[in-house]
Design a protein around this ligand. Structure first.
Ligand code: ARG
Length: 477
């Protein structure tokens, strides 16, 4: 890094330092200028920066700090700059450090001295805090739409599989039969909580820091509620020091994003297992898979695998932001410039993963027969036989013992409980009668018997799907 008084690589004083260089006696070192710049990544929220500036200028004119003509010049200039950016003709300059100064500098270049008045009563500290909130608010709304699409896809697939029976697992060992629809509704519930979390987080994102200025507020007679209304903020921040400095809203978002990824990762893991030759429970359509360059038979479930992997980076993004914020004294510190990339990465990753899932779920083809055969293996109705005996007066622990012995016979004979004869079963308890097959041992009897809210019976799953549609309507109203 160059530190001599005549730095050869310095940017000229009329570049960045034109914005704040009054008290400096030498230009910024070129490496330092680049090292401290954020325009490479914060140009992403140019739209929000411009919207914030337009609202700010409108408010300044309302309270008489700018004339109406000045306001109109500023707004027109900013609108033109937005078009330039969108047309790809805007020249982003690293020497102008960030999105804010790039746009402001171009504004002054375009409209002259009036452009220099835009920053009255404002600081980049409250400006950037406002921009990120506006940006994140928009992204949350998009992510909520993706979640809704995925949730509807799950309900659609569940509705088609209300009666399909598969083994339910604990410890990844066959436990009890469940309906495939019920399993899908478990995924649905996870995602509903994710929606609730995002909606709740959005409330705290949607507060306006603008007006906090650098840290203490401003001497101009600003009308913050008016600016907030123009920008669609629910309320203004209550404390200027807090508003310019804390990034807890971004941390909250990243936590919600991490939970979404954790859920998608669990679903991915199940899809990967189910798509294997050992399970064959589902077929993931070819367009979501890739082959192997060496093994001609391979069809790899890349999309779920990648999403399972990508959950790791979003967890990392959460930890980055927590660590970034920890130990920062009030108010703004340059550390906060590092909030953007972990936030953007979490947003991008969650969006992409949800989009892939929302496309893939309705396209899944379950192999219902294979699921059913799997449910018939592993003694999945053993608990039902125990419950059957309990209903006939046997204490549960004794029933457990009796069924354990029946299972041992099944293991020895390589037969499911339902494939043992009545005589074979009766050697363990004479309370077992011919109705045992219909009442306990068949897969249908087992799932039908779990007939209460939250249970796996087809009837309950159907009712749960109907309720789920109503819940979605309420949630996204
Ligand atoms: N680029 C900066 C950031 O992202 C904007 C705020 C700069 N404020 C300051 N006092 N240097 O945090």
């Amino acid at each position: 890094m160059t530190t001599s008084s005549n730095p050869p690589n310095s940017v000229t004083p009329d570049q960045t330092s034109g914005m704040w260089g009054g008290r400096f006696s030498e230009a910024t070192d070129a490496f330092v200028a680049e090292f401290t710049a954020s325009v490479q990544f914060d140009q992403r929220f140019y739209k929000q920066d411009i919207a914030g500036s337009i609202a700010h200028a409108t408010m300044l004119a309302k309270v008489g700090v700018l004339t109406e003509a000045e306001r109109d010049d500023i707004i027109e200039g900013l609108n033109t700059i937005r078009s330039e950016i969108e047309a790809g003709t805007f020249e982003w300059r690293i020497d102008l450090e960030d999105v804010h100064m790039n746009i402001e500098s171009r504004l002054t270049q375009r409209i002259g001295i009036t452009g220099k008045k835009l920053h009255t009563g404002r600081s980049r500290n409250d400006q950037v805090a406002t921009d990120i909130r506006l940006y994140l608010r928009d992204e949350i709304d998009d992510i909520l739409k993706l979640l809704e699409r995925l949730q509807k896809g799950l309900l659609g697939l569940a509705a088609k599989n209300v009666n399909a029976i598969m083994p339910g697992f604990t410890h990844l060992q066959t436990a009890q039969p469940v309906t495939f629809g019920h399993h899908l509704l478990a995924w649905f519930e996870m995602l509903i909580r994710d929606t609730e979390r995002l909606q709740d987080c959005r409330k705290r994102v949607n507060r306006m820091p603008l007006g906090s200025a650098a840290l203490a507020g401003t001497t101009y007679p600003i009308d913050r509620p008016y600016t907030a209304e123009l920008l669609g903020f629910e309320a203004v921040s209550e404390n200027s020091l807090d508003a310019v400095s804390d990034r807890d809203f971004a941390i909250e978002f990243n936590a919600a994003a991490a939970l979404i990824m954790m859920h998608l990762s669990r679903m991915s893991e199940e899809l990967i297992l189910w798509a294997s030759a050992q399970f064959k429970f589902v077929n993931i359509p070819d367009r979501f898979c890739t082959g192997s360059s060496i093994m001609p038979q391979k069809k790899n479930p890349d999309v779920p695998e990648l999403i399972r992997g990508k959950s790791g980076r979003v967890f990392g993004d959460l930890i980055s932001l927590l660590t970034l914020m920890k130990g920062q004294p009030l108010a703004y510190n340059k550390d906060n410039q590092e909030d953007k990339e972990p936030l953007f990465d979490a947003i991008d990753t969650v969006r992409g993963s949800l989009m892939a899932f929302a496309d893939m779920i309705p396209a899944l083809v379950p192999n219902i027969e294979i699921m059913r055969e799997a449910a018939l293996r592993g003694f999945s109705t053993a608990t039902d036989l125990a419950d059957y005996l309990v209903k006939k007066g046997v204490a549960f622990r004794d029933a457990h013992e009796i069924v354990g012995k029946a299972v041992a016979l099944g293991v020895a004979e390589e037969k499911d409980l339902s494939e043992l004869t009545l005589e074979q079963l009766q050697q363990f308890s004479d309370l077992i009668t011919a109705d045992v097959f219909d009442k306990a041992l068949t897969l249908e009897a087992s799932v039908n018997a779990r007939d209460h809210i939250g249970g796996t019976s087809p009837k309950q799953v159907e009712a749960a799907i109907a309720r789920a549609h109503t819940r979605l309507e309420q949630l996204y109203a």
